[in-house]
Design a protein around this ligand. Structure first.
Ligand code: ASP
Length: 429
């Protein structure tokens, strides 16, 4: 019997899922048989290399795709229209996400079932941790100041300056658009080929995704279990209700809000959409970083969902850095949860302040693992919730980070396909 080799070709999504399942199995096996050290020494670094490879492309992809995306829009007027729509879309979905978080946390009251003795234990544990890694306090509008680079070369050398690179790219794109075409011809040619090269690099790196994801998941399992030995399992149980509340909110976004937006505005088939972005979701889940996932998100949105690359080049890099629906929802639940544990009553003004600051804080959060929790301090400060409260949620932050990052990049992709529907035809060929 002849076997058709094409039929044997497993899709990348399936390979990544397999890597994930094997990583989970291997992680549990290693913890059970005392191999956690082996995993952290010999397996986890492979995952780290994969994340580094993806992150390595974050700045090049913004610089090339975004400048190209903007001059390909042909007119500054076209750019203005898209920009206003994208920013409004991001703002509205973030506010919806935060509100869902507040509603769930108020309705389900996860903080009220939290045992007092555990509260003391966690606060003590956190103060040890925060002494190791002091968390800086930030002013709410600091993120606006931080958007403007004072030196483009130093900004390009840090992934944490992605917003500054976006700012520079948008301005450069506008400058190219405003000049006569023959004056910028060689720069355009250069950026066009650089863009092709970066996209090829994404493809090459993604072929290692199943192995990278395997190593990342096995590493995370050993890391979480390592933290759990001294009775933290009992603490994790107490946190289960809070984590459940965040997960319920995230599921509401993925299963209800996004499908409604897709159906009403993008007119795209919902199954087709989720199938198309699955590799990006799996990468976001494994890396906990929207920035590292950006090249994959772009590839999925462009190639699997047929989005005009001029639109995705503009929408996705901005989304990865400023649109974090999952993070903002999580911040709202966390703030209300911590207030409940400390027995604080939150009035309507406090809740509105949480909605406002969680929206701003998620815009300011860097697209890297754990950023949402650090920036949560702004939200806590705004309504005088004790910062020590971060201790309460520390232990379950990593798994929640994996989930909220998956939601973050899904929200960006929903925006990209929606904008594609409205603007593709107006841009011309
Ligand atoms: N890890 C998230 C992201 O990269 C941010 C966060 O919520 O910590 O999108």
């Amino acid at each position: 019997m002849k076997i058709n080799p094409r039929k044997l070709k497993i899709s990348l999504s399936l390979k990544i899922i397999l890597g994930m399942i094997l990583g989970l199995g291997f992680g549990i096996f290693s913890v059970t048989f005392g191999l956690a050290n082996f995993v952290s020494n010999w397996i986890a670094p492979i995952g780290e290399i994969f994340v580094r490879l993806l992150k390595m492309l974050a700045i090049p992809i913004i610089l090339t795709s975004m400048i190209k995306g903007i001059y390909d829009l042909r007119t500054v007027k076209g750019l203005k229209k898209i920009a206003i729509s994208v920013i409004s879309f991001y703002l509205i979905t973030t506010i919806i996400a935060v509100s869902i978080g507040v509603i769930f946390a108020i309705g389900l009251k996860p903080g009220e079932v939290f045992p007092e003795d555990k509260q003391q234990l966690l606060i003590q544990k956190y103060s040890e941790k925060s002494n190791e890694n002091p968390i800086e306090k930030q002013k709410p509008l600091q993120f606006l100041v931080d958007i403007v680079p004072d030196n483009i070369f130093s900004a390009s050398s840090k992934n944490s300056s992605m917003l500054q690179i976006i700012f520079f790219s948008v301005l450069t794109g506008i400058a190219i658009l405003s000049l006569k075409e023959e004056k910028t011809k060689s720069v355009r040619l250069f950026i066009d080929s650089a863009n092709d090269i970066v996209l090829k690099l994404v493809e090459i790196i993604m072929s290692f995704a199943p192995l990278g994801v395997f190593a990342l998941i096995a590493g995370v399992i050993c890391y979480i279990s390592g933290e759990s030995t001294d009775g933290t399992i009992a603490l994790l149980k107490s946190l289960g209700f809070y984590a459940g509340c965040v997960i319920l909110g995230l599921l509401t976004l993925i299963l209800i809000i996004y499908p409604i937006i897709l159906k009403l505005f993008s007119k795209i088939n919902i199954k087709y959409f989720f199938k198309g972005i699955l590799p990006a979701q799996l990468t976001a889940f494994s890396t906990s970083s929207s920035a590292a996932t950006l090249p994959v998100t772009k590839k999925c949105v462009d190639q699997n969902l047929n989005t005009d690359q001029r639109i995705s080049s503009f929408v996705l890099p901005i989304g990865a850095t400023v649109n974090m629906d999952g993070t903002s929802l999580y911040q709202a639940v966390a703030a209300v949860f911590i207030a409940q544990v400390f027995g604080m009553d939150l009035g309507i003004m406090e809740l509105l302040t949480i909605i406002l600051t969680a929206t701003l804080a998620s815009i300011g959060a860097a697209a890297v693992p754990g950023a949402g929790m650090i920036i949560l301090l702004i939200v806590l400060n705004s309504v005088n919730i004790p910062a020590e409260g971060l201790a309460l949620i520390f232990a379950v932050d990593r798994p929640l980070d994996m989930l909220r990052t998956t939601v973050n990049i899904t929200g960006d992709s929903v925006c990209a396909v929606t904008m594609n529907r409205y603007f593709k035809d107006t841009l011309g060929v």
